[in-house]
Design a protein around this ligand. Structure first.
Ligand code: FES
Ligand SMILES: [Fe+2]
Length: 432
């Protein structure tokens, strides 16, 4: 439970908010590289943390992220003319390169004027199938993160994105909440038996235990938590990591998420799978994987979870019953949604655009949820009080999560010995 003030502090990420300032200190995924226009194409509108930008590639193939509002007098760069080495504003013709150099100011007689100013562009990187940007104070960008999926080429990686019409925190909550899996996804998990996909094989055991033992520790990158399920004398530990400010490494060990606010009431839910041995990025594996979890384009579009459909009538909402199929539910499916992604989104979206956490009743099953609140609030408060930002510049490459069988008295932390525990606040808890 949070006060309304803390809830706002944690959830709001616009340019004039504390959490917005915190988020802007980190490198954030903006979009799939496959959605970036080709060299010299039209600038692409992008909304991120409640601000408007355009993404573009110049004739040399350099990617750039520009403020959507021209440096001169604010006309939209969405309308700009793409001209080889820069974008030219259509109002008075000022032209900007992707690195912020001002290339031309045709309505100013002084040819030196353009050398004294610089355009509103932001540092970007391309890695792991994603365009990343740093939106914080100039010259203070942290080390660029290196995750294992960044070492894989497109054929060994799957990038997918669902748009959720809710605040970003609601989506992250679902990623650090092992106890919902057995309930919300019961029908999907029941279908994993015998399915050859790695994802199915790694999750099939979860259908058997609804109240896993949950423990969590604060770490230098955020926190990690475990869900331990018993089956006979076997104990299966699933460890997930939350990496500030909005990343989660799934216990399957080959799946990573970023939940990036588009604005306070919508987020991009990026998924990346990787496999060094299998060409999962190629057909038929790619589509099989995406369809199994409801991230294939037709299923996303059916629920208004793509860029083209998220403002349309199919987007899950109060007025359309969140697109739940009651007939399917009555005929035996637990939820009446197509797959995992839609079930998660329905729970996030239906709680309200920004969920009211002054009205919740957390239990011992929610230890990682309260740990998440503390991690996010620590970032927001550090930004508000201008103190050093937690988790900034932590080396994240080995923060990958894992799941494995452990012995009766074995400490699960032995599975992630490289995680640096900051505070020993772990308390054993059994979900009730
Ligand atoms: S507003 Fe863009 S050049 Fe004047
Ligand atoms: Fe889920």
């Amino acid at each position: 439970m949070l006060t309304k003030q803390d809830n706002d502090l944690m959830c709001r990420t616009g340019p004039d908010t504390a959490m917005g300032h915190a988020m802007r200190r980190f490198w954030l995924p903006v979009m799939h590289l496959s959605d970036l226009p080709p060299s010299g194409g039209d600038p692409k509108p992008v909304e991120l943390l409640g601000e408007h930008f355009v993404a573009w590639r110049d004739e040399q193939g350099r990617a750039g992220l520009f403020s959507a509002y021209c440096l001169h007098r604010g006309a939209s760069m969405v309308l700009a003319h793409a001209e080889g080495d820069g974008l030219r504003c259509i109002y008075h013709g000022w032209k900007f390169a992707v690195d912020g150099a001002v290339l031309d100011t045709p309505n100013v007689a002084d040819p030196k004027f353009k050398e004294r100013i610089s355009g509103r562009t932001f540092p970007v990187r391309e890695a792991g199938g994603l365009l990343w940007a740093y939106l914080g104070p100039k010259g203070e960008e942290p080390a660029f993160p290196h995750y294992p999926f960044m070492d894989q080429d497109d054929s060994h990686r799957i990038n997918a994105c669902a748009i959720a019409n809710s605040n970003y925190v609601q989506v992250i909550e679902g990623l650090v909440d092992s106890s919902h899996l057995t309930v919300l996804h019961a029908s999907g998990l029941a279908k994993t038996n015998g399915v050859e996909l790695d994802f199915a094989k790694k999750t099939t055991h979860m259908q058997f235990e609804a109240s896993p033992l949950i423990e969590a520790d604060e770490t230098d990158f955020g926190f990690h938590y475990v869900a331990i399920r018993s089956s006979g004398d076997k104990r299966m530990a699933r460890i997930a990591s939350f990496i500030a400010p909005c990343f989660v490494a799934n216990p399957n060990g080959d799946l990573w998420f970023a939940v990036v606010p588009v604005n306070d009431e919508r987020c991009n839910f990026f998924h990346v799978w990787w496999n060094a041995d299998k060409k999962i990025g190629e057909e038929p594996l790619r589509t099989q994987q995406l369809a199994f979890v409801g991230l294939d384009e037709p299923t996303l579009a059916k629920y208004g979870m793509t860029a083209a459909t998220c403002d349309g009538p199919d987007a899950m909402s109060w007025s359309n019953g969140y697109r739940q199929d009651r007939a399917q539910q009555r005929s035996g499916h637990f939820t009446g949604f197509d797959s995992f992604t839609q079930e998660d989104a329905a729970c996030s979206v239906s709680a309200g655009a920004i969920r009211d956490r002054s009205q919740e009743m957390l239990s011992t099953a929610d230890m990682a949820i309260s740990r998440l609140y503390r991690s996010l609030l620590a970032c927001a408060k550090a930004a508000r009080e201008e103190q050093s930002m937690p988790a900034l510049n932590v080396e994240v490459g080995r923060m990958i999560s894992t799941s494995a069988e452990i012995g009766k008295d074995e400490d699960w932390r032995g599975l992630v010995p490289h995680h640096k525990i900051v505070s020993g606040n772990a308390r054993p808890a059994r979900a009730q």
